[in-house]
Design a protein around this ligand. Sequence first.
Ligand code: AGP
Length: 609
Amino acid sequence: MCGIFGGIMKDGNVAPIIHQALKRLEYRGYDSVGEATIYGEKLYIKKDCGKIDEVHKIHNLDSLPGNIGIGHTRWATHGAPSEINAHPHIDCGGQIAIVHNGIIENFAELKLELENKGHIFKSRTDTEVIAHLIEEAYKNNPSIRLADAVLETVRKLEGSYAIAVISSREPNKIVCARNESPLVLGLGENALYCASDIPAFLPLTNKAVIIEDGELVTLSLEGYEIRKIADSSIVTRAPKIIDWTPEMAVKQGYPHFMLKEIHEQPACLRNTLRLQEHYLDLMTTFLDRAREVFLVACGTSYHACLAASYMFSKLAFLATYPVIASEFIEQHGKSVNIESTILAVSQSGETADTLAAVNAARQRAATILGLTNVVGSTLTRVSRVYIIQQSGPEIGVAATKTFTSQLSVLAQLALRLAKKRGKISQDEMDFLEAKLKQIPDIVAKIIEKQEENVKAVAKKYRDAKVFFFLGRGISTATAYEGRLKLIEIAYVPAIAFPAGESKHGPISLVEQGFPVVFICPKDETHRTIIGNIMEMKARGATIIAIIEEGDEEVKKLADDYIEVPKGVPDVLSPIPFVIPLQLLAYYMAVEKGHNPDVPKNLAKSVTVK
Ligand code: AGP
């Protein structure tokens, strides 16, 4: 996730406006920043790695001349944070500058083609191909308009993008386009803006036009023209008046970052399906060779590991050991060795307990693999191979979108390993891959259809003193995660167990009205979980069930139920089934008057042991 901005003004210098807009977009990424402007038919660029204030201090971004320009604040996906990888990127001739938010899936093929045609690349980003493709369009047709050159270019791109382009060949225009990454226009008095989101320009204008997927826009001082990328047809869309307060604006109208991040999950999950095959394959090779595999993490990331241990076992017949990082050294510190492999999972890549476990294992020559959301984090530096999960910055202390993204990446690894080991047929593989592709839409549907329902459940149980969360099989991980969310932001004591274990002790707590949340996908565990529901009901428990649509059997037993679409295979079920639990914790916290974004005593990144 990155932030892009473009501005064209009748009078005055645009650079300070871009700078301020990027500050308002900084929550979307903050490892590098850059601006490009045009003045006197010449392109000017300043960019570097570091936070906006740091880069501005060194380079004085505001000194760029001209009334037209673009800017970018980066959250690295392809290529480490560095001056060379920072946006804007330019073509060989230094006439075209581009900023981009998204992932170009076919950049490697396009880059090769362009290199064969003589283009010289400077960065390791996927974005740079766009600048060279536009240059190529000019080469093929010197009289082409910038808008048409960009149109030709974006038709060749696969993946997600919101881009803004300027060219000294047509110095009075900004061309922008969108596919699966957000893009909005701001219409000022004597200025036009394009941006990743509304807060970027809200202090300048509250008149916005939302750009949709598959659209390209040309901005000039005369106004804006929207065209469909597919057939170049003109689109007319009236502006909207935005009445957000500045605080609401940063959260894009959501009352809290956590809710915004819950809603971002379909987009983040789509990003996880665009990871570079090369890294997935490399990590799969290491997992395949390992004599023993430890999945090491804390908190929510540990729950992703727990779910992954079921995925690896069921799909690839690989036994893995999920270990809470703070226990790793005591439990395995003496036995871990050169033949051990540690897959460390950490959203931040900076969690002290996880890094301590990793360092202990490294000292004993174990192989370290990393899954993280933060490029350049310590975990990436100590891992032999690492994967960036592409969730974008997560601001809410409670992990939501980063959890489901971790699950999606781990499922992809398990599937690849299964294929490599010949443990599943091509048909099964195709089926599971197709299901994985449907997951973002399934998650979107759950949020759309069930949010109000979950809100009502939260209201009903707002005064409950304690909750049980029970699941079987892989849903045990979902139950643990539901419990953690509720504890950390709603401050409600909660207990989670594999459902089969509840009768070995925890059931003694149950009395009339005791709320028990059951995770009930219609997988092999369904029959037995019904038995566990009956046991709880017999002791007076109130049952809240997360079920598949049309699961009449559980519906009859439950006091309240939340439905998720049917047909999700068990190994993928934690992704959809955790969504209602995230919403439940969120609305319980709100009902109780707590701010879910900043739970007491907690930090987003726990850098102490
Ligand atoms: C999750 O909601 C928590 N805030 C916390 O448990 C978190 O998952 C844990 O601290 C691990 O963080 P990491 O993924 O950055 O390593």
